[in-house]
Design a protein around this ligand. Structure first.
Ligand code: FAD
Length: 317
């Protein structure tokens, strides 16, 4: 059975939801070899076993933590050379996409980013042009490198007893030119992480001001959702830039995306178009985002959201 190399995305050993989903898919494609870089393997071990890794390559030292991307690419390239896996999978975070691109160049391979589906024969699905077009593509050269969007399929456990293999990274001098001097962890808050969230409620300029944006937070909290924002909102300082969804922000693919007072510029769509169910609230029935909507409400957010909250309260009593 061919090996499937999975780069584990984690925070101090806590695997991201995207990693659990990748491990789930990797089991369908072959024997799972997880690659764990950075600190926290003690924390990660139970999840790696629960989600069916056959082998865990534990990368020693702090080179992959201290220097962004390039040493991780070096480790993966060496593992590909040594073990000839059928495919390399990474989570399509900003860093994951960069790892995928650089690794493909180093290997002389083809790369597919932002995949939302992978068949047994490694044909990938990507949704483009505002979700209106499904592209199916397969890497034809070298070891395929595929970056997968979180929330593309559900994670399911399948316990194993992984073998652990330590790896000594040997980064080239050119791989350590940039050094991370400090990492500052944002206060986590009670809301789920935007990239991992099953439900995202996002707000746009239509909320009027920072106070108006509070309606989006109220609805998000009522639904147990993450909060997203359009660039108009983050540029205006109504909400932190970390919450921006879109081409120059975060990419999300939740089960439910609720967009309130967002017009639907192509740059916003680029970050949310693969959401499973899209609900749009906008007072302009011609707003372009209605084209993507599974459910649309034409109305003023200041009326619609309080009404939704009241109805949710009524349903839960
Ligand atoms: P608007 O376009 O102003 O839309 C506001 C909407 O609210 C309108 O549809 C209006 O009908 C509706 N509305 C008004 N009042 C109400 C009300 N009371 N109730 C209900 N609805 C109401 N944008 C992103 O979001 N993410 C990105 O990553 C991003 N990257 C970009 C990169 C580049 C290079 C460029 C050039 C632009 C980028 N943009 C991005 C900006 C993008 O082009 C849009 O300008 C932005 O998405 C608009 O945000 P908005 O929909 O909140 O505001």
């Amino acid at each position: 059975m061919s090996a499937v190399l999975v780069l584990i995305d984690h925070h101090d050993g806590v695997l991201s939801k995207g990693s659990l989903e990748l491990l789930t898919k990797a089991r369908e494609l072959g024997e799972v070899s997880a690659v764990f870089c950075g600190a926290g393997i003690e924390v990660a071990r139970p999840a790696l076993a629960e989600y069916g890794a056959a082998t865990v390559f534990v990368v020693e030292g702090d080179a992959t933590d201290r220097h962004p991307v390039a040493p991780t690419v070096g480790v993966l390239a060496a593992l590909v050379e040594a073990h000839a896996p059928a495919v390399v999978l990474v989570v399509a975070t900003i860093e994951g996409r960069e790892v995928a691109g650089r690794l493909a160049v180093r290997l002389g391979s083809g790369v597919i980013t932002d995949a939302v589906g992978i068949d047994a024969d490694l044909v990938c699905d990507q949704q483009v042009f505002g979700g209106s077009t499904l592209v199916r593509s397969r890497v034809k050269r070298g070891t395929p490198v595929i970056a997968v969007r979180p929330n593309s399929w559900p994670a399911a456990p399948s316990p194993s007893t992984p073998a652990e293999v330590t790896v000594q990274p040997a980064p080239a001098a050119s791989d350590v030119l940039a050094t991370v001097v400090e990492r500052v962890r944002e206060a986590a808050g009670d809301r789920p992480d935007l990239a991992d969230a099953t439900i995202v409620v996002s707000g746009g300029r239509g909320l009027g001001n920072a106070e108006g944006f509070g309606l989006v937070e109220a609805l998000a909290d009522r639904l147990g959702a993450a909060v997203g924002a359009s660039r108009a909102v983050t540029d205006a300082g109504w909400y932190p830039h970390a919450a921006q969804v879109g081409q120059t922000g975060r990419t999300v693919s939740p089960s439910l995306y609720v967009a309130v007072g967002i017009s639907g510029a192509i740059q916003h769509r680029a970050g949310m178009q693969t959401s499973k169910t899209i609900v749009v609230v906008n007072k302009d029935r011609e707003a372009p985002l209605f084209e993507l909507a599974d459910f649309g409400i034409v109305g003023d957010a200041h009326t619609v959201i309080p009404a939704l909250l009241a109805e949710l309260d009524r349903l839960s009593t």
